[in-house]
Design a protein around this ligand. Structure first.
Ligand SMILES: NC(=O)c1ccc[n+]([C@@H]2O[C@H](COP(=O)([O-])OP(=O)(O)OC[C@H]3O[C@@H](n4cnc5c(N)ncnc54)[C@H](O)[C@@H]3O)[C@@H](O)[C@H]2O)c1
Length: 255
């Protein structure tokens, strides 16, 4: 368990039914935050809330498709109606899209990846920022990019473009709100063991072993590796940090 204390704080987490978002929700709850588990997947989201409550934490589930502007607005409204404030916006929901070259990439797939990974982050930031601006205490936003937001990724061009866009939103917003007590950063995980990861390697398990060797630490990320940085960025220990993109990648982008 991590050692942060976020009593009376409110964390809104998208994509919180699974993987990195799920672990983020569990760790915020363990740190005594009030947690809004937001996801398109209701069944798994309710299970996360149940687990948090079983462990003595506080959480609600708000079903949200981040690609739908009105649903995002309503999710933030439900957060405020329940907990009265918003301290942390963790914009983590995202999809990988198909593995294929640009010349073969279907337009509908392109639009879906961009809608969820880019529009979704923009919608969340817009409504989160409107609330944080009203609070003297401001707030912290963390957007989930990827190492594919820092470099190209063969056969994943649209995913890579979407994650580069997340960094553009993050850095520009950090400049806009730096003087308003609102810090905005991004995390850029390397391949991390979640259902999204398993889906990626399901077709070719040998690729999983080969790719691991490209990571200097010779291991994949675990959700907790990523969540440690999310919690640190939300804590006062990171009070002078904004507009940054943290590569959480076992050294992969160092070379
Ligand atoms: N796992 C990795 O290797 C890896 C690496 C780098 C970045 N990331 C990023 O981390 C984030 C989380 O990924 P993960 O690996 O935990 O994936 P995951 O598939 O385990 O979880 C993603 C969650 O997002 C939800 N979601 C999907 N579309 C949604 C929508 N339209 N609205 C709301 N929720 C939606 C899913 O239901 C799921 O619960 C993503 O943004 C992903 O791009 C993951």
């Amino acid at each position: 368990m991590l050692t942060y204390q976020f009593s009376d704080k409110v964390a809104f987490i998208t994509g919180a039914s699974s993987g990195i978002g799920r672990e983020t929700a569990l760790q915020f709850a363990a740190a005594k935050a009030n947690v809004v588990v937001s996801d398109i997947n209701e069944k798994d989201g309710l299970a996360v809330v149940e687990e948090i409550k079983k462990n003595g934490g506080e959480a609600i589930f708000v079903q949200t498709n981040v690609a739908d502007y009105e649903q995002v607005k309503s999710a933030i409204e439900q957060t405020l109606a329940t907990y009265g404030r918003l301290d942390f916006g963790i914009n983590n929901a995202g999809i990988g899209g198909p593995f294929t070259r640009i010349s073969d990439y279907q337009l509908a797939d392109y639009q879906q990846v961009m809608k969820i990974n880019v529009d979704g982050v923009f919608y969340c930031m817009q409504w989160q920022l409107q609330q944080m601006l009203k609070q003297e205490s401001g707030g912290v936003i963390i957007n989930t990019s990827s190492i594919a937001g820092l470099r190209g990724l063969k056969n994943s061009s649209v995913y890579s473009a979407s994650k580069h866009a997340v960094l553009g939103l993050t850095k520009s917003a950090a400049l806009e709100y730096a003087s308003k007590n609102i810090r905005i950063n991004a995390i850029c995980p390397v391949f991390t063991r979640t259902p999204l990861f398993d889906q990626m390697f399901a077709l070719d398990p040998s690729y999983e072993e080969r790719l691991k060797n490209n990571i200097p630490m010779k291991r994949y990320g675990q959700p907790i590796d990523i969540v440690k940085t999310i919690l640190w960025l939300c804590s006062d220990d990171a009070s002078f940090v904004t507009g940054q993109a943290y590569a959480l990648d076992g050294g992969m982008t160092a070379g």
